[in-house]
Design a protein around this ligand. Structure first.
Ligand code: NDP
Length: 283
């Protein structure tokens, strides 16, 4: 039976490190600040924003909330972003997605200063990641990398198979694994013979969004399995993209859902905000 990679425990450990990093900066009169912008009243987005505010409060980060009505125009939002770009108290700007249909999402993300882009979605930061000189790395894939590091997995020379090629998870995590000297295969919905690809993997990273699609017998004996997927089945149950019970029989280590990658995302947002504030301290 595989070891369970406990995302909650790893996230708690990193949050402790963040709290002490924040405390040291405060001694130099720098309080890390995160601006969180929410447009409209999508219930899931509200929950995420509240979780982010709480996490800031717990670690001593100043959180500057901007809750705007669904009718906010693109120009108004752009002018708020410009204001936050110039606000010296703010080290990170996060615009909660999705935005209402009348607002061009990429225009907004492109307007965030790359030096405050704690989500790592600005093309500048995507380019920095792709060229192996990252500034801000996107939070969920960065969380995956921290989990691998804290679990003691050395990726050098390993076969990593990533399933899913989205801009927010699959593509960036593939680039991060490449930077750690893994040999990376990036799979997607048109990949031929996906089970055969996954069977080659020393490390499987699943980011698909299909409940338990990756079967236990696709997993090589001793592989490490990181399941980013979060899928609701029925009223209350959450499952990942991997058949956890069957994969756990063959893997050496596996993340559960929930309690795996999930708690890492906000943690890495705080981490990126702290790193940004440290750069402010050094500038
Ligand atoms: P997207 O829907 O943007 O991307 C899904 C990817 O999976 C696409 O690249 C798609 O391929 C691929 N795919 C779909 N069906 C198949 C298939 N049958 N075989 C192989 N590949 C397939 O999803 P995200 O990357 O945004 O999210 C993935 C999962 O991770 C979701 O469950 C999401 O909820 C979860 N998630 C969790 C987070 C967290 O824990 N904090 C944060 C972000 C996401 P193609 O490109 O060809 O269409």
């Amino acid at each position: 039976m595989a070891n369970i990679i406990d995302g909650k425990a790893i996230a708690a450990e990193i949050r402790e490190e963040i709290s002490s990093g924040v405390a040291s900066l405060k001694e130099k009169n720098i309080t890390p600040g995160l601006a969180v912008v929410l447009v409209g009243d999508d219930p899931a987005s509200r929950v995420y924003v509240t979780m982010k505010e709480k996490a800031c409060a717990q670690t001593g980060i100043f959180s500057d909330e901007h809750k705007l009505s669904a009718e906010t125009s693109e120009e108004e939002l752009l002018s708020l972003i410009a204001q936050l770009n110039n606000d010296e108290r703010i080290d990170g700007i996060l615009v909660q997605l999705p935005l209402p249909d009348h607002i061009d999402e990429s225009k907004i993300l492109d307007a965030i200063s790359p030096t405050k882009d704690v989500d790592g979605f600005h093309p500048y930061n995507v380019g920095r990641l792709a060229t192996g000189t990252p500034l801000f790395q996107p939070c969920t894939p960065y969380g995956v990398m921290k989990m691998l590091e804290k679990t003691g997995v050395d990726l050098t020379g390993k076969e990593v198979v990533v399933v899913g090629r989205s801009n927010i998870v699959g593509k960036p995590v593939a680039l991060m694994c490449l930077a750690q000297h893994a040999t990376v295969t990036l799979c997607h919905s048109r990949t031929a013979d996906l089970p055969a690809k996954v069977r080659q993997a020393d490390v499987v990273i699943a980011a698909v969004g299909r409940p338990e699609m990756i079967k236990g017998d696709w997993i090589k004996e001793g592989a490490v399995v990181i399941d980013v997927g979060v899928n609701r089945v029925g009223e209350k149950k959450l499952v990942g993209d991997v058949d956890f019970a069957a994969a756990g029989e063959r893997a050496s280590a596996i993340t559960p859902v929930p309690g795996g990658v999930g708690p890492m995302t906000i943690t890495m947002l705080l981490y990126n905000t702290l790193e940004s504030a440290k750069r402010r301290g050094n500038s």
